[in-house]
Design a protein around this ligand. Structure first.
Ligand SMILES: [Zn+2]
Length: 205
């Protein structure tokens, strides 16, 4: 169960997290979680390049260590990177100390003041502890979820999840992962083309 559009009450419960950017400017913020990995991340980089779009990649530290050259490509193309823990830990199921250490371990490979908790799961106590340990860290959630990770939805549904929910300042979640690739491969070019036609620009966080 997940929301393709983050509900107002959830955003209200967690006001210190970033849910979207400026609603008055016609930009959207594409984000790609869980990479870098072969095939999928290069596909995303090529597709973004065709549309002159810059994006933000929330990387898993373990993948950065496994595929350093793909990670370098992400940076070389001018995109921004963020911390997504070293082992993709779910905050709710992880003791605070272990969670913090895993973020720190990721930060050795991914130099960034952006953090996105895997699965969007982070407790209020953990939010406070992350902010204490990394005072510059911005914790970034999203307001539009493509659902590309969900094998039970059609390609068209994945595309619709984005296009029907997007608005000025939206932060949109995709995944550069093998699991998501079928849906991502279909949806990403359509979304870029359609939003460009609607007059949106694409920005990094
Ligand atoms: Zn993730």
């Amino acid at each position: 169960m997940y929301f393709t559009s983050s509900p107002f009450w959830l955003q209200w419960l967690y006001p210190t997290l970033t849910w979207h950017k400026n609603r008055k400017e016609k930009y959207v913020y594409l984000t790609f979680d869980d990479g870098p990995v072969p095939v999928v991340t290069p596909y995303v980089l090529n597709t973004l390049e065709k549309f002159d779009a810059l994006a933000t990649f929330f990387c898993i530290g373990e993948n950065v260590c496994k595929y350093p050259n793909i990670f370098k490509d992400v940076l070389a193309k001018g995109h921004r990177v963020g911390n997504h823990t070293f082992n993709h830990l779910k905050g709710w199921n992880t003791p605070d100390q272990e969670f913090l250490e895993n973020i720190e371990k990721c930060s050795e490979a991914v130099h960034s003041n952006l953090f996105r908790p895997p699965y969007g799961r982070i407790s209020k106590v953990q939010i406070r502890k992350v902010k204490n340990m990394f005072p510059e860290m911005e914790i970034v959630m999203w307001d539009v979820l493509s659902g590309d990770f969900d094998r039970n939805i059609s390609l068209e549904k994945c595309t619709r999840n984005v296009l029907k929910n997007v608005k000025n300042g939206s932060i949109i979640v995709f995944h550069d992962s093998e699991k998501a690739f079928a849906r991502l491969e279909h949806t990403l070019p359509i979304v870029l083309k359609e939003l460009q036609l609607q007059g949106y620009g694409f920005k990094m966080l």
